[in-house]
Design a protein around this ligand. Structure first.
Ligand code: SAH
Length: 297
């Protein structure tokens, strides 16, 4: 259970201390076992085990009191999600002095926050940043709101708003006078529900612990969360094109890009909209390599 290549400031380096985590969240205890190599672990193909492990991380490291995900919705792995925020902190730091900007005056916009509201939770706990978080799906929206409200003692200055038009990213969200330091997004990246299911089955086969007859999603995720017409290509394309209208409202626009092959296409669109600044930040988590595309004017 070693996690490679995490950000140097990540709180999640090395092996999970499952005894410590189970002490923080007793519900994890029944999912911890010794495998045939005598290693203490959890079954990563069991969605409940994965959920409790990630909830335990939030309770232990970020002092969360509550974190629920409706059945079948995406349960994000915390270390990778935290890394996106550490990288944004670096992006904002290089613009100012050498200090990581901390406090509610730093404002982030999370596009598609999911049922977990994971990015605002982590960004607020790590750096006290304010957030507006958007979501199109009604169930995910309500759950995200609940996850913020129930943690009122530890989480401040986070607002979850419903995006009623799924073809829009910023429209209806960013008002004329709004100023954001950054936007962020983990877009739905598959192009069809079938593709999402196949990817999940592949992932389970790779975990090697279960026969992948039925597509148990180990990190949860209903098909509609994981796919969008045209996949991440179309979603990020729309995001870049729309961002041009909000050039003065935001210092940095950022998004995760899952498919490396899509990068040259995004770079072309950024040139078309005359983006003045552009960066690609590589992120590696275990076997999965990902990257953050950043741009602005
Ligand atoms: N940020 C979460 C969820 C990512 S899944 C995480 O990293 O775990 C992508 C989410 O984007 C889904 O919840 C989906 O419902 C939402 N979504 C799709 N299109 C959207 C749009 N146009 N605006 C806002 N959210 C959108």
């Amino acid at each position: 259970m070693k996690k490679n290549n995490l950000h140097p400031r990540s709180l999640h380096q090395g092996r999970y201390n499952l005894a410590e985590l189970a002490a923080s969240l007793p519900e994890l205890t029944t999912h911890v076992f010794k495998n045939k190599h005598d290693v203490v672990t959890v079954d990563f193909s069991d969605p409940r085990a994965v959920y409790y492990l990630n909830k335990a991380l939030l309770v232990h490291f970020y002092k969360l009191k509550y974190w629920e995900i409706p059945s079948g919705y995406l349960c994000p792995p915390i270390p990778g999600r935290a890394d996106y925020l550490h990288n944004i902190a670096d992006l904002l730091t290089s613009e100012k002095d050498d200090k990581i900007p901390v406090g509610s005056q730093i404002k982030g916009l999370d596009i598609g926050t999911g049922a977990s509201a994971i990015y605002p939770i982590l960004g607020n706990c790590l750096f006290e940043w304010s957030f507006v978080a958007t979501e199109t799906d009604e169930v995910a929206f309500k759950s995200a709101q609940q996850n913020i409200l129930e943690n009122g003692e530890v989480i401040k200055n986070v607002t979850v708003v419903r995006q009623m038009n799924p073809t829009k990213i910023f429209a209806g969200i960013i008002e004329k006078e709004d100023q954001f330091d950054f936007t962020m997004s983990n877009p739905p990246f598959h192009a069809s529900a079938d593709e999402a299911v196949q990817a999940t089955q592949r992932k389970i086969r790779n975990l090697g612990t279960r026969k992948s007859g039925k597509a148990t999603r180990n990190f949860g995720g209903r098909a509609h969360e994981l796919w969008t017409e045209g996949g991440e290509l179309k979603f990020i394309q729309s995001m870049i094109l729309e961002s041009r209208n909000y050039a003065n409202n935001c210092k940095w626009f950022t998004t995760l890009v899952s498919r490396k092959n899509n990068l040259p296409i995004f770079e072309k669109i950024l040139a078309q909209v005359s983006a003045k600044k552009q960066r690609i930040i590589e992120m590696g988590q275990g076997q999965k390599q990902s990257r953050i595309l950043c741009w602005g004017w």
